[in-house]
Design a protein around this ligand. Structure first.
Ligand code: ADP
Length: 183
């Protein structure tokens, strides 16, 4: 599917199940307890096995907009970056900054741990109700801003993993928006 190249990093949009991704780290759209939940969080915990919950218990939760790292246990990914997206409450409660912070903190954590390939789900766009087009624009915009500010980044591949066609389409629109801006 669609790709976007920025310095040494390739951004991809793929449809699929993030628990099956062969990357150094998958990002989990967790909740503040880090003790598991529904959606992608539940799927990651099921695929990683009970050791993941045990590791998460030692982390003392995670604030909205922040990110924490664990091993990936039974996943193909060596690491899981747990980040907590905002619940959509109409858009006037700092949701955009908090969502951008999820991507920024996840990228910083990845960089600090030598992670080169990273897969993100569409954070906050499921149970947390964030409008899809706004969320994907923030995801792509924040990643590109990060790469612009980190020209020496060692991250080579960033994949936006989508569960449905509407999400794929929204990321493709966000890529095109960027490409139009650079013409
Ligand atoms: P949030 O609570 O942050 O909204 P959800 O897990 O409800 O998180 O949804 C976030 C996104 O992840 C949604 O687009 C949902 O369809 C998608 N999703 C759910 N399961 C998976 C999975 N196994 N792989 C990739 N994406 C998934």
């Amino acid at each position: 599917m669609k790709k976007l190249q920025f310095n040494q990093t390739t951004l991809h949009v793929v449809k699929g199940d993030i628990t099956r991704c062969e990357v150094d780290a998958v990002v989990n759209a967790a909740n503040e307890s880090l003790l598991g939940g529904g959606g992608v969080d539940g799927a990651i915990h099921r695929a990683a096995g009970p050791e993941l919950l045990a590791a998460c218990r030692t982390l003392d939760g995670c604030r909205t907009g922040d990110a924490k790292l664990t091993p990936g246990f039974r996943l193909k990914a060596a690491h899981v970056i747990h980040t907590v997206g905002p619940v959509w409450r109409g858009g006037m409660h700092g949701e955009a900054d908090l969502l951008a912070s999820c991507y920024q903190k996840s990228l910083e954590l990845a960089e600090a741990h030598g992670i080169r390939t990273l897969a993100f789900p569409a954070i906050s766009t499921g149970i947390y109700g964030y409008p899809l087009e706004q969320a994907t624009a923030i995801a792509v915009g924040t990643v590109l801003k990060y790469l612009e500010n980190q020209p020496e980044s060692d991250i080579t591949e960033i994949t936006f993993v989508c569960f449905d066609d509407a999400t794929v389409y929204a990321y493709e629109q966000a890529f095109e928006e960027f490409e139009r801006g650079t013409d």
